[in-house]
Design a protein around this ligand. Sequence first.
Ligand code: ACO
Length: 317
Amino acid sequence: MRIIGTGSARPSLVVTNAMLENFLDTSDEWIVTRTGIHERRVISSERLEDLAATACRNAMENAGVTPDQIDYIICSNVVNEYVTPGLGCVIQGMIGATCPTMDINCACTGFIYALDVAEAFLATKDIRNILIICAEEPTRMMNWKDRSSCILFGDAAGAVVATKGDDLKAIRVSTHCKVEALYQKRKLQPTPFVRKEEEDGGVVMNGQDVFKLAVSSSIKDIDKVLTMAGITPDDISLYLLHQANVRIIEAIQHFVQQDKSKFPVNLSKYGNTSSASIPALMDDLNRGNQLKTGELLLLSAFGAGFTTGACVLRWSK
Ligand code: ACO
């Protein structure tokens, strides 16, 4: 595959750490020191599908393709207002595409999983352009009384257009069933037949377990994809890591022993936006002319599941 266009969109409401202090027993100092997050964008009046459609239109415009030239849409999403149909179906109509659409839920690793699927489709199917849209509103999954989790997240949409090419040098995805580290359950509609107890509420997260899993699995993934691509950490120009916590990024940076300047960070402004975090970061860098043709990028993410994934991608847009 080859990425030929990027796009993103974020909600307008900026929620600073100081605003959280108004209703949570927390402080700007605690949040910044433990996470690196200063503020996040939070959905208020917008709908997630509007953000997603904007990100898709921006990516198509950047790629120079029209909706009728999109042959497949892969939508990565954890929650939105529709249980069914999949969010991708809603987005397809909004952007005026007519191609098949598929939703995946691989939590924060969704973009890497979507790239893996797109690579396989582009190699084996008679299709040219795939639109990958990662649209997430994790702030709607939180218990806003739980100070250890709600401070971490923000909402966003990030999209790319991928076409046939030879830029994906190595990719690896994996799943290790560790549901208890991070999950959210919801009550379904009652029926005359259901007798079991059901759980409802916001995200339940063991932050320290997630932290350790994130660092250990990312290090393993990065090591493997570098070996698969036959390169060393020095050969990578930029490490586009899932924007969850700056301390996780620093731990990975320490492992690969590369300069801090190779690790772009935007979580201070946006928080953790789940699977949208890497494509939205990629779009920021692309539009800021910080991605240079021919350079190698390493992408790495982790999320609920526990899902993890990484890839080495040459930038040739
Ligand atoms: N403000 C003030 N105090 C807080 C807050 C807060 N927002 N949250 C927790 N505390 C308190 C705790 O109650 C605890 O107090 P105690 O010592 O009196 O018991 C103390 O701060 C330390 O809490 P820890 O949980 O040990 O803090 P830690 O340094 O581990 O940081 C954090 C917590 C930020 C959640 C960290 O563990 C982390 O980032 N984990 C990874 C989380 C993550 O990335 N999740 C998403 C990944 S998957 C995906 O992206 C969907």
